[in-house]
Write a protein that binds this ligand. Structure first.
Ligand code: FMN
Length: 195
């Protein structure tokens, strides 16, 4: 594919100086001209309430869904809260997950990265994020798990700086790009929308 991949970045943390958002920025930077990113504002999305899943959707929800729909693939970089997926991230993915067989997440390749100041790198959240995107019929990229342990020690002047982690994550990006290429080469199937 010659034009840059359109990637949608989702950070699982709302914290202003979030390590996860610094990692996402560093990965977007490392991807360079191969990708153009836009970013989710998951903090603006209301709590999921199926009563609100009607036309018109809340504006922030519609925006998130449109961003996901337009993207060739997603890059989720998230922290871990209490051994699991941050509630705000789960909430955003829930909003993007319907209708089940025709949602913006359906068939979307998703690269998942987790971070933590601890050595465990958010690996438990990583598994929960994977399960959630599989439930929404998205396609987590099959690549060695990208978990960024001791992330706080890898920050310099507010920027994430660790060449070996970034190089490792770029292997995941190559797998993401290959999945996107494979999917774009397939004939377009019309989804059967179900609730
Ligand atoms: C409520 C809460 C629960 C947390 N639980 C975990 C956890 O289960 N595992 C972990 O590695 N870090 C945990 N942490 C620490 C976070 O990884 C840390 O605060 C991190 O900086 C948050 O990500 P961010 O920098 O992207 O905002 C927790 C932090 C908070 C505030």
């Amino acid at each position: 594919m010659s034009s840059p991949y359109r990637l949608h970045g989702i950070c699982g943390s709302l914290r202003k100086n979030s390590f996860s958002s610094a990692v996402l920025a560093a990965l977007a930077d490392a991807a360079g001209s191969r990708a153009v990113f836009d970013y989710a504002d998951i903090g603006s999305v209301p709590h999921f309430n199926q009563d609100l899943y009607v036309d018109p959707l809340p504006r922030s929800v519609q925006r998130l869904r449109d961003q996901i729909a337009k993207a060739d693939g997603l890059v989720i970089v998230s922290s871990e809260y209490n051994h699991g997926i941050p509630g705000t991230l789960k909430n955003a993915l829930d909003w993007a997950s319907r209708p089940h067989n025709g949602s913006p997440l359906r068939n979307k390749p998703v690269l998942i990265v987790t971070t933590s100041p601890a050595a465990t790198g958010g690996v438990r959240a990583q598994h929960q994020i994977r399960e959630t995107v599989i439930s929404a019929l998205a396609r987590p990229v099959i690549t060695p798990e990208i978990v960024v342990g001791q992330v706080s020690a890898k920050m310099v002047d507010g920027k994430f700086q660790d060449t070996s982690v970034i190089d490792f994550a770029m292997v995941g990006f190559a797998a993401l790009f290959a999945d996107i290429d494979r999917l774009l080469a397939l004939p377009v199937a019309t989804p059967e929308a179900t609730s």
